[in-house]
Design a protein around this ligand. Structure first.
Ligand code: COI
Length: 354
């Protein structure tokens, strides 16, 4: 086990922050002055170090590059009006990271490295946390196999790294979504519930096809019956039908258990909505649109937070939504932001003080 005292800290000589305007920053483009790096070798974590952000020197035979044993997380840190820094629900991401690690036959990362290392890293770079609304410090922990060997087997060595990126909104405007009929994101028994790099790589071709047709993202449907909605691009998805919020259930292991998803479920219940986590078919959505009960459609994710969907297309049927008239989505987003930016009391214990 690595205690905080075992994390070696080497500070950067100069900060790059003076060259960067922390307002209206694109997602994932800039990185802070420091990173955390740790090695897994001989069955234990070692060389846990916070050091200046720098390139990695990797062998071309690196196992992760060939067989994709690679997982990651997305977490965000915020500053309140008094300049105090907090991480949003880091323990939930920590647990999910290790669930992904198990599915990909990778070692567990202990709390002392994941949580304490991340806390120390953000503490060092906390002047990088933007203060502007819709902005935050995006935290990217990731792990990959690092054996230098081109045989297909689980690696014996791994690298765990955390990098930090000050960021603005991921989706700046309400989105147009195409329901994907041919390609699927996940199958029962597959890796849909894991935050594995390959899930994102496999989504790029179908997403590029949707973009060519003028859509921002795809709505994934199930692989077996091609009927039930799963995720929307890189987000979980919600439908407000009457006074009920419906979101696909997680039981088949095909959907990522989003931390924002879970938070939105809790807040919607507090707002008086009935929340149903259950299979929802594209036909049910179309029916609700036809009979006027489908009000809001939105995606949730760490990067995307709560993103409005203004158009949903399935085959030739196009559903357009007047997002200006929505009630539930703006309200749940307002409540979530109020907690994250310290405007409202954190009654759920979601904000982890750095
Ligand atoms: C996140 O929501 O944090 C993700 O990992 C999605 C990614 C596309 C940025």
């Amino acid at each position: 086990m690595t205690a905080a005292a075992d994390i070696i800290v080497t500070k950067a000589e100069h900060s790059k922050l003076k060259d960067i305007n922390l307002e209206n920053i694109p997602f994932g483009k800039y990185f802070t002055d420091h990173m955390l790096e740790a090695d897994y070798e001989d069955g234990e974590w070692k060389n846990v170090e916070i050091k200046p952000y720098q390139p990695l020197l990797l062998a071309p035979s690196l196992a992760a590059l060939h067989y994709g044993q690679a997982i990651f997380e997305g977490i965000k840190a915020y500053k309140n009006a008094d300049g105090e820094a907090f991480i949003f629900r880091p323990y939930d991401n920590f647990k999910r990271f290790n669930i992904s690690a198990e599915r990909m036959e990778m070692p567990q990362v202990p709390e002392e490295i994941f949580i304490e290392g991340m806390r120390m890293l953000i503490d060092i770079d906390k002047s990088w946390i933007p203060e502007k609304k819709e902005h935050s410090l995006y935290i990217r922990p990731f792990m990959f196999s690092s054996d230098e060997m081109i045989g297909v087997r689980p690696s014996e060595k791994y690298k765990f790294i955390v990098i930090l990126s000050p960021t603005g909104p991921y989706y700046a405007a309400p989105m147009k979504i195409n329901v994907e009929e041919k390609f699927v994101r996940a199958v029962p028994g597959g890796i849909g519930y894991a935050k594995a790099a390959g899930n994102y790589g496999a989504a790029m071709y179908p997403t590029a096809q949707a973009r060519k047709q003028g859509y921002d993202q795809v709505l994934w449907i199930d692989a077996l019956e091609h009927k039930y909605v799963q995720e929307c691009g890189t987000m979980n998805v919600f439908f407000i039908i009457g006074k009920t919020a419906v979101t696909p259930n997680l039981d088949a292991g095909t959907i990522l258990a989003g931390v924002t998803r879970d938070s939105v479920i809790i807040l919607l219940k507090e707002m008086g909505y009935t929340v149903e986590e259950r299979p929802i078919s594209i036909n049910e959505i179309i029916e609700a649109h036809k009979n006027g009960t489908l009000h809001d459609v939105f995606g949730t994710g760490t990067a995307a937070t709560i993103s409005f969907i203004k158009e949903l297309k399935y085959k030739d049927y196009i559903m357009n939504f007047d997002v200006e008239k929505w009630i539930a989505t703006p309200e749940v987003k307002k409540r979530m932001d109020a907690i994250k930016y310290g405007i409202e009391a954190d009654t759920h214990g979601w904000m982890y003080r750095i």
